[in-house]
Design a protein around this ligand. Structure first.
Ligand code: SIB
Ligand code: ZN
Length: 429
C-alpha cells in the first residue's frame, strides 16, 4: 500500500478550532497519523509549508451532468427554467453526454477542493463510471419523477444502480433512492420508494420546499405544506433523508423535522440566483437538525465551488438577521465538511482529519496576497479563499490534483467533448 507523508502543513482537523503546524501520514486509503512531527518512511513526501491541510469539502446536493447546461438559461423562474429549458435539454442527453457532463463537474470539484458529493440525475451508471475513474467519493441517486406512465422503468433503473454500484469503486460509491420532490411524486409511488428504502436500508435524497410556488401547489393539491406532505408519508420516521433546499418551512414544519435521521442540504447560491428565499438555517440548527451545504447543479448555480457556497451561506444569515454574529466562519466550514458528511452517512469515514478515517483532504496554498497575513484561519477560508486556492486534492489516499494539475482527468479531451455535446443538446431550445 502506498504511504504518503505530508510535512509542515498548517493543519485544521475541523474537530476543534485550533490549527497546529504538523505532519500527516497517509497509509493506503487511510490517515495513519497526524501530529506535530512524524518521521516515517513513505513512498511520496509532500512539503506543505505555507499550506493549510483540511478535510475535503463535501457537496451535499449536486446534479453533476447539468454542468453541460451551465449558463444556458439563466434569469428565469424555477418552474419555467425547469419545464421549458432543463427538462427538454435533459431529454436529449445520451448516456455518453451524461458521462462527460458528470466528468466536467468532477474536474471543477476536484480543482476547488471538493472530495465527495451527493448526486441525483438520470443515466447514473455513466456518472458512476466517471466517479470510478476520477477517484472521487460520491453518493449516487437516480432521480425519480412520477409524472408520466414510465415511473416503473425509472424505479427499475434506481434499483439497478443500487445493486450494481453500492459499495463499489473501493467503497467510494454509495447510493440513495431519489424521489425528486413533493410536486413530482404522488403519495402512492412516494410511499413505495420509502418502503423500498426501509427494506434495503438505503437513504433517501429529495428536494423540499424550494419555492413559494411549490408550497401553494402542494397546499392546493393536498391541503398540506410540502413538509407536512412528506411527514405524513412517514419519510422522517425511520429513513435517513437528505432534504435539498428546505427554504419555505414554517415553525410547525421545523418541529416535524425534529429527531429526523439525515437532515437538510442548504444550497444558498442556487437559492439566491433563482430568487427562492432564505432557508431558516439557524432555526433548523437550534432544533438539532443537521444542516450541510451543497451547490445544486451548475445549470442553476453556475459554479460548484464550495468556497462560494460557504461564503454565501454565512452572508445570507448575517443579512437576514441584520446581525454579523450569525453563522460564523467556523460553523459554515463545519457545515461544508462534517455536517455534509453526516447527510451522506459518511461521517464515520470523512468530514474531519483523524487517524483511522479515510484520507480525503485538501491542501490550500495561502501564500497569496488575499490570504495574508494569517490572524484567523477559519476567517480566511470562509470569507477570503476560492476554489482556485486549492493546490492538492486527495481522496481515499490517492492524489487527484497536485500543484493544480489534475491527475485523473485529461482536460483537453474533456473540453473538446463538452463543448460539442452542449451545443447539440441545446440547439434550438
Ligand atoms: N427528470 C428525470 C428525473 C429527475 S433527475 C433530477 C432532476 O432534478 C432537476 N433539477 C435540477 N435542479 C433542480 C432544482 O433546483 N429544483 C428542482 N429540480 C431540479 C433536474 O433537471 C432533473 O430533472 C427523468 O425524466 O427521469
Ligand atoms: Zn437540486
Amino acid at each position: 500500500m502506498k504511504r504518503t507523508l505530508i510535512k509542515g502543513a498548517t493543519v485544521l482537523t475541523m474537530t476543534d478550532e485550533t490549527p497546529f503546524t504538523g505532519d500527516l501520514l497517509l497509509d493506503g486509503e487511510h490517515i495513519a497519523a497526524i501530529r506535530p512531527n512524524i518521521d516515517a518512511d513513505a513512498d511520496e513526501v509532500i512539503w506543505a509549508e505555507g499550506m493549510i491541510a483540511m478535510p475535503g469539502l463535501i457537496n451535499a446536493h449536486q446534479h453533476t451532468p447539468m454542468s453541460l447546461l451551465r449558463g444556458f438559461s439563466d434569469d428565469l423562474k424555477l418552474m419555467d427554467w425547469l419545464d421549458r429549458k432543463m427538462l427538454p435539454a435533459e431529454a436529449r442527453m445520451t448516456p455518453e453526454d451524461i458521462y462527460w457532463g458528470a466528468k466536467l463537474s468532477m474536474a471543477e470539484m476536484i480543482r476547488s477542493g471538493t472530495t465527495a458529493f451527493a448526486d441525483m440525475y438520470i443515466h447514473m451508471n455513466e456518472v458512476a463510471s466517471a466517479v470510478e475513474e476520477t477517484g472521487m467519493r460520491a453518493s449516487l441517486t437516480r432521480g425519480l419523477v412520477f409524472v408520466a406512465e414510465d415511473g416503473g422503468r425509472r424505479m427499475k433503473e434506481a434499483v439497478e444502480l443500487i445493486d450494481r454500484w453500492n459499495g463499489k469503486a473501493d467503497g467510494r460509491i454509495t447510493t440513495m433512492l431519489g424521489p425528486h420532490s413533493p410536486y413530482t411524486c404522488q403519495p402512492g409511488p412516494f410511499r413505495e420508494v420509502i418502503e423500498l428504502a426501509l427494506q434495503r436500508d438505503i437513504p433517501i435524497h429529495t428536494h423540499l420546499a424550494e419555492t413559494k410556488e411549490e408550497v401553494v401547489r402542494i397546499r392546493e393539491k393536498y391541503g398540506q405544506t410540502p413538509t407536512e406532505y412528506l411527514y405524513h408519508l412517514g419519510l422522517f420516521e425511520q429513513t435517513h433523508a437528505l432534504l435539498a433546499h428546505s427554504v419555505h418551512l414554517n415553525r410547525r414544519d421545523i418541529r416535524l423535522l425534529q429527531g429526523m435521521r439525515g437532515g437538510v442540504s442548504h444550497n444558498p447560491v442556487s437559492n439566491l440566483k433563482l430568487g427562492c428565499g432564505i432557508a431558516p438555517v439557524p432555526d433548523l440548527i437550534d432544533q438539532g437538525i443537521t444542516v450541510g451545504l451543497g451547490t445544486d447543479g451548475a445549470g442553476s448555480a453556475t459554479t460548484v465551488d464550495m468556497f462560494a457556497t460557504i461564503r454565501a451561506a454565512t452572508w445570507l444569515q448575517k443579512l437576514d438577521y441584520g446581525d454579523p454574529t450569525r453563522l460564523p466562519a467556523w460553523q459554515a466550514l463545519r457545515m461544508a465538511t462534517l455536517e455534509s458528511a453526516r447527510l451522506l452517512k459518511l461521517d464515520a469515514e470523512t468530514g474531519t482529519l483523524e487517524a483511522g478515517k479515510k484520507a480525503d483532504l485538501i491542501l490550500i496554498d495561502i501564500r497569496k496576497p488575499h490570504l495574508q497575513p494569517v490572524h484567523t484561519i477559519q476567517s480566511l477560508l470562509a470569507y477570503g479563499a476560492d476554489g482556485s486556492d486549492v493546490d492538492t486534492t486527495i481522496v481515499n489516499g490517492r492524489i487527484l490534483m497536485r500543484g493544480r494539475q489534475l491527475l485523473t482527468i485529461n482536460e483537453e479531451e474533456l473540453y473538446r467533448q463538452v463543448s460539442r455535446r452542449a451545443k447539440r443538446i441545446t440547439d434550438g431550445l
